[in-house]
Write a new protein. Structure first.
Length: 160
């Protein structure tokens, strides 16, 4: 489904890369601003809507993408990521937030480590937000659909 962007309406847009079952979509998604990482992870408690409103790169049209079709939604710093970058694992200067440090493996073999908010929703919802722990990662935040995972392991807890 395609929706025309409302003219003159100011919105905050985040750079995202949405991996669906059939394609990789680069674009901008409507977001709400948050002041810090804890607030961002706590905002995940509201869950994610059934549709994502994404404006594809080089387009003014806003499109609705069903969340059920997604492997994950990557909130990125830049669209052109560094394919040679090797994620940093286990280091001393990880962000100090309340959460669970996990390692996930997608069904396509991609590995990622990060922090998730320690709540029942992490267990019960069809997906969850993970904050990558590698400070040089192009990913700032990722919403992961559990159906796209092969493995999920808890590595430890991070508390202040």
């Amino acid at each position: 489904m395609t929706i025309e962007a409302e003219p003159g309406l100011k919105k905050d847009w985040e750079k995202v890369v949405v991996h669906t079952e059939t394609e990789v979509i680069k674009g901008f998604m409507e977001t709400q601003q948050v002041d810090n990482l804890d607030e961002l992870l706590l905002g995940a408690l509201r869950g994610i809507p059934p549709f994502l409103r994404v404006r594809r790169l080089a387009s003014e049209t806003v499109e609705e993408i069903q969340i059920e079709q997604a492997k994950a939604i990557f909130y990125v710093k830049e669209f052109a990521g560094d394919s040679t970058h090797k994620d940093l694992h286990f280091y001393n200067r990880a962000p100090l937030v309340h959460g669970v440090w996990i390692r996930i493996e997608f069904t396509d073999g991609e590995l990622m480590e990060g922090l998730v908010h320690n709540t029942m929703r992490f267990l019960s919802d069809p997906g969850f937000f993970i904050r990558p722990t590698d400070p040089k990662s192009n990913n700032r935040l990722v919403y992961v659909m559990k159906k796209s995972l092969r493995d999920c392991r808890i590595l430890g807890l991070r508390n202040l």
